[in-house]
Write a protein that binds this ligand. Structure first.
Ligand SMILES: C[S@@+](CC[C@H](N)C(=O)[O-])C[C@H]1O[C@@H](n2cnc3c(N)ncnc32)[C@H](O)[C@@H]1O
Length: 272
């Protein structure tokens, strides 16, 4: 399985096996409407046609660079030693080219706390933690991952559009996966967030679409209220290890689709 080199808040790499029943829906075209760090896209077998999208244009730009200029990106990665001074410079710079903008996203993602692009560097500005800004920067391993992703991105459509445009574009036999920012607290994690009105607009678009869709969300009353009258809701939970507390916590999400799945989802949730 190809792994994304990005550390993205809300990444789905640990729960991808729970998505398997949803991928069985027959389709020709796959659209990943909120691709973010790409853990789902890279972890899923390619469909005949594939389209990835993120409204954060510098995230989308990074995928264009991985697809079209992987060796230029790898050269920048190999020649970079992260420091707080360099972090400040890269964060503030007015970049013009795709390569520069894509590299900025890559650099901030690998040097910021939890990969939060609008956050602070690992270890803080004063670097007083035992974890320093370069602790997630292994250039050779990262370049290997970039090259693997490059192979998978051939012939992939990449855009930086608002979700509505992607959902409303006509197509034959389309399956959409959507992983929007969480209804609660999602806006703390991404450079581009969503208001309550955006969440309502998303639900309206999905209710009106002819395409099949599968969406993952935080399990809360507001999200249930938007979908429970007309879609299939599958509450999902799993244990995960929290990095700072060394304890196992329970992750809870709602999986929602406009088509039923055959498997009992609960069966899939027993593995922790
Ligand atoms: C939860 S993250 C996706 C995480 C991804 N599934 C992963 O595994 O890494 C949500 C993403 O939605 C993007 N986003 C926010 N508003 C958007 C909009 N209106 N249209 C499309 N993407 C949007 C954010 O930039 C962010 O990357």
């Amino acid at each position: 399985m190809t792994k994304s080199p990005l550390r993205y808040p809300g990444a789905k790499k640990k729960v991808l096996d729970r998505f398997l029943p949803f991928w069985k829906k027959e389709h020709i075209e796959y659209r990943d409407v909120f691709v973010g760090g790409g853990s789902t896209f890279f972890g899923k077998p390619l469909s005949t046609l594939n389209w990835i999208n993120d409204f954060d244009s510098e995230v989308a730009e990074l995928y264009v660079v991985m697809r079209d200029q992987p060796e230029e990106l790898c050269e920048l990665i190999m020649n970079t030693i992260p420091t707080v001074e360099l972090w400040r410079e890269i964060k503030q710079q007015e970049y013009q080219t795709s390569l520069e903008k894509g590299f900025r996203t890559f650099f901030l993602n690998r040097t910021n706390f939890s990969g939060i692009l609008k956050g602070n560097p690992i270890g803080g500005i004063n670097q007083q933690s035992i974890y320093k800004i370069d602790c997630r920067w292994n250039p050779k391993a990262l370049c290997d991952q970039v090259r693997n992703c490059h192979r998978m991105l051939q012939n992939i459509r990449i855009t930086a559009l608002d979700f509505e445009e992607v959902i409303q574009e006509p197509g034959d036999s389309v399956l959409m996966y959507l992983d929007p920012p969480y209804y609660h607290k999602g806006n703390l994690l991404y450079r581009v967030g969503m208001s309550n009105q955006d969440h309502e607009r998303l639900a309206r678009n999905l209710q009106e679409t002819n395409h099949d869709f599968f969406i993952t969300y935080d399990d809360c009353a507001e999200v249930r209220g938007l979908y429970e009258d007309w879609a299939y809701l599958y509450p999902a939970s799993w244990f995960y290890s929290s990095s700072n507390k060394k304890t196992r916590e329970v992750g809870k999400e709602l999986f929602i689709s406009n088509y039923p799945i055959e498997e009992q989802l609960e069966m899939l949730l027993l593995r922790t």
